[in-house]
Ligand binder design. Structure first.
Ligand SMILES: [Zn+2]
Length: 289
C-alpha cells in the first residue's frame, strides 16, 4: 500500500481491464474448461503425489506464450487421481524496478523488502517439497499480466503476491483474496483473461483463510480471516491466489521488518501445506458448472 491512497499497486481503482491475450497466438481466452469443473475437494487422506506432465487443460499455454489447440478431456474422473496436486507456489514479490511501492521515512522500500521476504518464503516452501517459481528474482518490474502469465503457465500451482504496507499496525499481516468477479457466461468454456480468477475464488478464499490463520497465531492483532478487495494482480491469475501484506514500511528500524520474515515464511508454508490436500484438480473434461 502507498501512503497516498492506502491501496497502491495492490488494489486497483478504476483501472480498466486489459484485454491482453494470454498467448501470442491470438486468443484472448484461457482454456481450462476441464479445470474449472474439475476442481474438487478431497480428504486429507488422499494422495498428494506430483502430477504427471500431461493432460492438464492449462498445459495448452506455455510460459513462452505459445498457443496450441485446446486440449480436451483427460482421463475419466477419479477420486484417486494424482493429477492436479498442488506442487508449485508462484511467489510474486510485488513492485520492483522503478516502482518502489510504499516507502517509509527511514528509507525502507516496499519493493526491496518484498523481495527479501520472498527469499525466506521460498526457502520455507522448498524445505517442504514445493517447487517455487518467482515472478521476479531481482530489481525488475514485470507487468501485472506478465506476472499472471507466469502463474497461468503452471499446473498444480497457487499464487502469492507479497506486499509491505505503509498502513496497519506494525507487526501484523493481512491476507487478501480478490472480490467477486462477474459470472462467466460464455458457452464455450473459455474464460476471459481479466476474469481468470473467477473460477478459483472459492479455493483462493480457503487458501487465504488458512494462511491468515497461521499468520495470526504468530502475529497478534492480525485479522482472523482473509479479507476481500479488488486486486489487479489476482484478477488475471488462473489459480488459487492470495495477496499477503505485511505492516509496515513505517517502522523506524528495518530490523523490525527483517525479524518478521521467518515467521511470515513459516506461516505461509504451513498454510500451503494445510491447503495442499484441499487442492485437487482432477480432470473431468466437462463443461463449466
Ligand atoms: Zn504493494
Amino acid at each position: 500500500m502507498a501512503p497516498s491512497d492506502g491501496f497502491d499497486m495492490l488494489v486497483v481503482v478504476g483501472n480498466p481491464p486489459r484485454r491482453k491475450p494470454l498467448t501470442t497466438g491470438g486468443t484472448a481466452f484461457l482454456l481450462f474448461a476441464s479445470a474449472v469443473t474439475a476442481l474438487a475437494w478431497q480428504t486429507p487422506s488422499q494422495t498428494q503425489q506430483p502430477a504427471s506432465a500431461s493432460a492438464s487443460p492449462l498445459a495448452s499455454t506455455t510460459p513462452t506464450g505459445q498457443s496450441t489447440a485446446p486440449i480436451q478431456a483427460g482421463p475419466p474422473p477419479s477420486a484417486q487421481t494424482q493429477q492436479g496436486a498442488l506442487n508449485i507456489v508462484v511467489l510474486d514479490p510485488a513492485h520492483g524496478g522503478i516502482d518502489l511501492g510504499s516507502r517509509g521515512t527511514g528509507g525502507i522500500q516496499e519493493s526491496d523488502i518484498a523481495l527479501e521476504f520472498a527469499v525466506e518464503v521460498r526457502r520455507a516452501l522448498e524445505q517442504q517439497g514445493f517447487q517455487v517459481v518467482q515472478t521476479r528474482q531481482g530489481n525488475d518490474n514485470p507487468s501485472f499480466d506478465d506476472r499472471s502469465a507466469i502463474a497461468n503457465a503452471q499446473r498444480g500451482a497457487v499464487f502469492i503476491t507479497l506486499h509491505i504496507a505503509s498502513t496497519g499496525l506494525p507487526g501484523t499481516v493481512r491476507v487478501y483474496v480478490n472480490s467477486d468477479l462477474p459470472p462467466i457466461t460464455t458457452a464455450n468454456g473459455l474464460i476471459p483473461w481479466d476474469r481468470a480468477q473467477a473460477p478459483f475464488l472459492g479455493l483462493s478464499r480457503k487458501f487465504g483463510d488458512l494462511v491468515q490463520g497461521m499468520l495470526t497465531q504468530r502475529f497478534k492483532g492480525s485479522p482472523d480471516t482473509a479479507q476481500t478487495a479488488t486486486i489487479r494482480q489476482l484478477r488475471t491469475t488462473a489459480a488459487p491466489a492470495i495477496a499477503v501484506e505485511v505492516s509496515s514500511v513505517v517502522v523506524n528500524d528495518r530490523a523490525d521488518l527483517d525479524h518478521m520474515a521467518p515467521g511470515v515464511a513459516d506461516a505461509i508454508m504451513r498454510g500451503a501445506v494445510a491447503f495442499k490436500p484441499l487442492y485437487v484438480m482432477a480432470s473431468t473434461g466437462g463443461a463449466l458448472p
